[in-house]
Design a protein around this ligand. Structure first.
Ligand code: SAM
Length: 273
């Protein structure tokens, strides 16, 4: 049984290579979510050459589902077949990075349920690795589901809204949508059931039945190496109380930047994905 997030900081258990080297082999055959994310990523990439980083890549099953113009790189605590495009690294111990490389697309699916108290720090590290117009695609389990099936290795359990708000503090969330709706809180397995899944958020129903959510984000203004915003104090003779002068950090938005979006548009009928 997982510990609720607010109490998790001290008690949380992070599973290590020994566990994941067996467990992540379950993800060798592309599952419903993986194929869904491949579709989302292929659409984002279009025809242009792209570098993609898969954080928590497991057996790197995503690679074979991507278009040829996407160069695939992966990081995981348990890599099975070592290759120049794969790095074995524990993100609890080390920052997420790939030899100083920057990426057009970064994906982390089925990963943030295991980041414990490091969630927002990992968001910031990923934000730093994105190229200027890069995109971050991530998934998160819907813990508001009627049957909150808690997988015991989870170290980061929270309501979906909390996850979304935290993500929105680092990135600009462009949209988010449920992967599928299922009474049992499991990924749809049978082809017919998969075919019935529609990319919409159904009022009330999604809250109780959406299995997990996809989030598509663009790079946020905050860089993890930057200092917090500075308040410039004017001398008393300058008159009125000074307004905060933001020299760096999350409050400064680049020209034309829509700013952090806590209420990102969700995919609905007529919204193309
Ligand atoms: C649920 S699996 C998802 C695998 C893959 N992303 C997919 O969707 O098929 C979680 C992945 O995160 C990796 N992982 C867990 N903890 C990690 C850590 N501390 N550092 C790096 N990778 C980790 C696991 O090895 C595993 O491959």
């Amino acid at each position: 049984m997982a510990v609720p997030r607010e109490n998790a900081d001290d008690d949380v258990k992070y599973y290590k290579r020994e566990f994941w080297s067996k467990e992540n082999l379950k993800f060798t055959t592309p599952h419903y979510r993986l194929r869904k994310s491949a579709g989302v990523i292929n659409k984002i990439a279009g025809d242009r050459p792209c570098d993609l980083l898969d954080v928590g890549c497991g057996p790197a099953a995503l690679k074979d589902l991507l278009r040829e113009n996407i160069s695939y790189f992966g990081i995981d605590i348990a890599i099975h077949e070592h290759a120049p495009n794969l790095i074995e690294s524990d993100f609890v111990k080390s920052p997420i990075s790939f030899n100083g490389k920057k990426f057009d697309i970064i994906v982390a699916q089925g990963v943030f349920e295991y980041t414990g108290k490091f969630q927002e720090q990992k968001f910031a590290e990923i934000n730093d690795l994105l190229k200027e117009h890069g995109r971050f695609v991530t998934t998160y389990v819907n813990f508001n589901h009627r049957a909150r099936s808690i997988y015991w290795p989870y170290s980061n359990v929270q309501p979906l809204g909390d996850f979304r708000d935290s993500l929105g503090r680092i990135f600009t969330i462009e949209k988010y949508f449920p992967t599928s709706h299922n009474w049992q809180h499991s990924e749809p397995g049978r082809p017919l059931i998969q075919a019935l899944q529609v990319p919409i958020r159904v009022p009330l129903l999604s809250h109780y039945l959406a299995v997990e959510y996809f989030f598509i984000c663009s790079r946020g203004p905050r860089r993890s190496g930057q200092r917090e915003p500075q308040v410039q104090h004017l001398p008393k003779w300058a008159g009125r109380a000074p307004r905060a002068h933001v020299s760096a950090g999350r409050h400064r938005r680049p020209r034309g930047h829509p700013g952090p979006s806590r209420r990102a548009p969700e995919v609905g009928p007529g919204t193309r994905r």
